[in-house]
Write a protein that binds this ligand. Structure first.
Ligand SMILES: *Cc1c(COP(=O)(O)O)cnc(C)c1O
Length: 443
């Protein structure tokens, strides 16, 4: 990366306007945070400027919120975007179709769990969850059943629009702010922690009994179960057992409800297998994917469903699935997504993720000795340091940057899900910086 000419006045003006006028995620207009300015990114490195204009290169521990699987300025993805720009960047999807959308749908269905045969292309993860929930509701309505509620577990995160918010954790999410506006759904306790629990584990059995009772009490109202299989992401990086997932599948099947897997964060090998839900024999009726779908280039998500769901929805009075975003099937995003999936398939992605998992396990182990740390856990290309107290985010971020790493903690979690192409040396930099930053700031 060649350093760009730096203009201190322009840098100061950019930051001032940002503070005064630009919303950032979950941000306050009264107490705006200081942001780092990104000039460019390449490979696994971001080129940042801090407040006083000092340029630094840092290794990205976040894959830009789980998305940038191959890092930045990926030649194959750049080429796919340029190629598509030369044809068209967007056309409407009503009445028209095109190779980028069909090619991507074909690839997705090739990769999808058994039984999924139809694809709805949505513009973001939250919209795909909206569509998945709408599909489930329409499927029941079309069959003359009035089932309007969803069953989920505490601790989840499914997005920030209203229906996804309504199945996001009722305490950690924003339920209290929107009381009276959000639909009321049914929350089972969070399944006990740990992926390796046996089917007859006592804690798991107690959870299953409570969950079964709750489900049965509401069974006639329940349209679907919706969960993030095996790893809850933004709701708290909680790892849970496939046996608990099996309990939810069984309940849904017994009571005529659908199963929705939200794999927006966990899909494309992030937890090891292609889909986190692959750890179970039973497959979902509806699957949502997003985040890493375009390798972090453009916003795009998709909802996959079975033929039974698609045909059931279509038999209803509405005659079809009642959703159709303006930018549905955006050719530019679809072309890049196809190139991303081809790139994933051309590499030994499971081996890459296994290598990252080893590096995270070894590199983060030292954090378990720190007084401030409650637990260290890893699953696939995800590494988590859970503190006993809320993270002092700005300080930990600055301490990690001083060690050459970009990290964005939340609540009591300092975590990483690095690009799969991160070298062993860069991974050691990431884990060293996370452990060091936690020790510097929290002890
Ligand atoms: C990020 C996320 C969403 C929401 O996706 P957006 O693209 O931010 O709307 C939904 N579900 C899960 C599991 C996610 O991680």
């Amino acid at each position: 990366m060649s350093p760009d000419a730096h203009d201190p006045a322009a840098h100061e003006a950019l930051l001032a306007f940002d503070r005064a006028h630009v919303w950032h995620p979950y941000s306050s207009a009264l107490a705006p945070q200081d942001h780092y300015v990104v000039d460019s990114a390449e490979g696994v490195r971001l080129r940042l400027r801090d407040r006083d204009g000092t340029a630094r290169e840092v290794v990205d521990a976040m894959s830009s919120w789980w998305c940038a699987l191959h890092g930045y300025r990926v030649p194959e993805l750049d080429a796919a975007a340029r190629d598509q720009l030369d044809r068209m960047s967007h056309v409407m999807f009503g009445g028209l179709t095109h190779e980028p959308a069909v090619g991507l749908s074909r690839r997705l269905l090739d990769l999808a769990p058994d039984g999924l045969e139809h694809v709805f292309l949505a513009d973001s993860g939250s919209v795909s969850v909206e569509v998945a929930m709408k599909m489930a509701l329409q499927w029941h309505i079309a069959a003359g059943r009035r089932r309007t509620r969803f069953f989920t577990v505490r601790g989840g995160y499914h997005g920030d629009t209203f229906n996804p918010m309504s199945v996001t954790d009722p305490d950690g999410g924003m339920h209290h702010l929107f009381r009276g506006v959000l639909p009321q759904h049914v929350f089972a306790p969070r399944p006990p922690a740990g992926i390796d629990r046996e089917a007859d584990d006592p804690e798991l059995a107690a959870w299953a009994a409570a969950t079964r009772e709750l489900f049965q009490a509401h069974a006639d109202d329940l349209a679907a179960v919706i969960v993030e299989p095996v790893l809850q992401g933004a709701g708290g990086m909680h790892v849970w057992s496939p046996h608990a997932l099996a309990v939810l599948h069984d309940l849904a099947h017994e009571h005529g409800a659908l199963v929705i897997h939200d794999e927006i964060a966990t899909g494309f090998h992030r937890t090891g297998p292609l889909w986190a839900g692959d750890r179970l024999d039973s497959t979902p009726d509806i699957l949502t994917v997003g985040k890493a779908l375009t390798g972090g280039y453009l916003t795009l998500a998709a909802v996959l469903c079975t033929r039974e769901v698609a045909e059931g929805v279509s038999r209803g009075e509405a005659g079809g699935l009642m959703h159709g975003p303006t930018f549905m099937g955006n050719p530019l995003a679809c072309a890049v997504a196809s190139a991303n999936l081809d790139l994933l398939a051309s590499r030994d992605t499971p081996a890459e993720v296994a290598r990252i998992e080893r590096g995270l396990r070894e590199g983060l182990a030292a954090a378990a000795q720190l007084d401030s740390v409650a637990e260290v856990r890893t699953l696939g290309a995800v590494g988590v340091i859970e503190l006993r107290e809320p993270v002092r985010v700005a300080e930990v971020t600055a301490a990690a940057i001083a060690r050459g790493v970009w990290v964005r903690p939340f609540r009591n979690l300092v975590y990483t899900m690095p690009p799969y192409v991160t070298s062993d040396a860069d991974l050691a930099t990431v884990t060293g910086a996370l452990v060091g930053a936690v020790e510097d700031v929290h002890g």
